[in-house]
Design a protein around this ligand. Structure first.
Ligand code: PLP
Length: 556
């Protein structure tokens, strides 16, 4: 409610005002808007409290199940939000927040997103989006060109074609992956003169008609969990997502992929899609895409590349070669809300063949009519916002060269951090950065020495103790709120594939400095000292393995 009286009242006049006239210039909301546009980081730094409040405490602020009976003034409500919600939000854009793929945003997206929300276009159909539809098709065209580099006539011919599409814009990588596999499944089980196609007759009849015992999607063991969801919703079942072993660089082994495809086919299971990962979520590694493309051609299966995270690397002249072979993919997922620095809710899937998406085309009477240019006829989602506008603007404002520079500096920073870790004697780099992602852990020198001399049983025991320490350090560091790295579990070749808990660092924020990275290591050392019992445990195990200890180095 707007402030007309001292107390907020439910009157129709007041209700009309909330659709028209905003509050006065001295209202809390106006003040916040101005702070937000003048110094984004200052605003976030001031309003998000550093100390972590336990989740159960926060839940108390959000526990009523009643829709409020009494209206609230906008200013009053804004104060409430600042204290309960904003204060305990996660400062994802802090330069020392290097644990996840969610990071800082360019300032211009705040005011631009207000235009987007004010226009409230619905991209499902032309009648509610007009100029936004061609804009979105152009954005898809630009990203398609970035991947496939087709010539000018190709884009002039297909970009705005009513019955073709270069891809789909969606809320994120999950929906993008599902869309790609949906298209692949329907193309694999398509209609014939005496079969209506899987989209009409369903999976059971399709399998019977084509004579298969089942379907499979094949990906490396580092595939993203969204593929499991895709296998589930597409009726293939989670067991239908078949994983292939990776090498010590977390990349799929092509020979094993080929073998898996042959084995499936021998069991009359159709591997209708193979997924290559370009930037694994845990380690940022890239599968051998050229080799995978060749294998897919041999087995006539759809080759999808999940480049949700790594796809933006194509912007960099220096590093785009890392994704060589991606241009042979039948479809590619790219998240704009990752390394294109767009707010959450911006994913894309692109198809090499502009008619591939016809296999999922849907029509309805009042919208999505046959021959219309409605984007909704080729999307899994229905009503959709104009997020493509923010991608369009960022592509213009930052430009290919600017994005290239952002990618280059992120990767350079990851290499710097890797070198820094390797130069210490108490941290172990577990995965080398290929993109701007790396993993490492704290291992005191005597423990490393013992690990190298341990038999398998001893290795397991010591590794478990180190895992406990890694967990403790990561949790403690997050709770103190000064910096944040995430953690995951890997099975490094160096340690006999034992389950190893590691710190995971994603260096996408351009404001993260080398000094901050040095500080993170120092902080982790200090936190390790706060766990004397864990450290003593590691010492005892280590010295039982190597009775004459290596000279103990102190890190003061
Ligand atoms: C982030 C990510 C996804 C999922 O994307 P969402 O936008 O979170 O739905 C899928 N695959 C990879 C490799 C990713 O990094």
């Amino acid at each position: 409610m707007t402030a007309t009286n001292k107390t907020a009242d439910v009157t129709f006049e007041n209700l009309l005002r909330i659709f028209t006239i905003p509050e006065g210039p001295d209202s809390t909301l106006t003040q916040i808007e101005s702070e937000l546009s003048h110094n984004l980081n200052l605003f976030l730094g001031e309003h998000i409290v550093a100390e972590e409040k336990p989740l159960v405490e926060i839940e108390k602020d959000f526990s009523s199940a009643h829709v409020p009976e009494q209206p609230q003034f906008v200013s009053e409500h804004t104060e409430h939000l600042l204290n309960t919600l904003v204060a305990h939000s996660v400062h994802t854009s802090a330069p020392s927040f290097v644990g996840h793929m969610t990071s800082a945003l360019p300032y211009f997206l705040m005011p631009l997103s207000k235009i987007m929300i004010a226009l409230n276009q619905n991209l499902v159909k032309i009648e509610t989006s007009k100029a936004f539809t061609p804009l979105e098709r152009q954005v898809l065209g630009m990203i398609h060109h970035l991947i496939y580099g087709e010539d000018e006539t190709f884009y002039q011919r297909w970009m705005h074609s009513a019955v073709h599409s270069l891809g789909a814009f969606c809320s994120g990588g999950t929906i993008a992956n599902i869309t790609a596999l949906w298209v692949a499944r329907n193309n694999a089980l398509k209609a014939t003169p005496d079969f209506g196609g899987v989209e009409k007759e369903g999976l059971f009849k399709a399998l019977k008609y084509y004579g298969y015992e089942g379907l499979a999607i094949v990906v490396s063991e580092r595939g993203h969990y969204s593929l499991k969801k895709a296998a589930d919703v597409l009726g293939i079942g989670q067991d239908g997502l078949v994983s292939v072993a990776t090498d010590e660089y977390n990349r799929i082994k092509p020979a094993d992929l080929d073998k898996t495809l042959c084995e499936l086919k021998a069991k009359r299971i159709l591997p209708f899609a193979v997924v290559g990962v370009a930037g694994t979520t845990e380690t940022g590694n890239i599968d051998p895409l050229n080799a995978m493309a060749a294998i897919c051609r041999q087995h006539s299966c759809h080759f999808h590349v999940d480049a949700a995270w790594g796809g933006a690397t194509l912007m960099s002249q220096q590093h785009r070669y890392l994704l060589n072979g991606i241009e042979q993919a039948d479809s590619v997922t790219i998240d704009a809300h990752k390394q294109l620095y767009i707010p959450m809710g911006a994913g894309m899937v692109l198809f090499k063949d502009p008619s591939a998406m016809q296999s999922i085309e849907h029509h309805a009477q009042y919208i999505l009519r046959q021959g219309s240019k409605d984007l909704g006829s080729h999307t899994l989602e229905g009503s959709r916002s104009g997020m493509a506008m923010l991608v369009y603007s960022s592509l213009h404002i930052i430009s290919r060269a600017g994005y290239g520079m952002l990618i280059d500096q992120s990767i350079a920073k990851a290499h710097f951090f890797a070198k820094l870790i390797k130069a210490t004697d108490d941290f172990e780099l577990v995965s080398e950065p290929e993109l701007c992602l790396l993993t490492y852990r704290f291992v005191p020198p005597f423990a490393l020495h013992a690990l190298e001399h341990a038999n398998r049983e001893q290795k397991i025991e010591l590794n478990n103790a180190l895992n406990e320490l890694t967990k403790f350090i990561q949790k403690h560091q997050r709770e103190t709120g000064r910096s944040f790295v995430s953690r995951t579990q890997l099975t490094p070749t160096r340690w006999d594939h034992l389950a190893t808990i590691v710190f995971r660092v994603v260096l996408a924020n351009p404001l993260t400095t080398e000094t901050i990275l040095q500080g993170i290591l120092q902080e982790q050392r200090e936190i390790a000292r706060l766990a004397p019992q864990l450290m003593t445990n590691i010492e005892n195990i280590a010295y039982s393995i190597v009775p004459v200890p290596a000279p103990k180095v102190t890190q003061e």
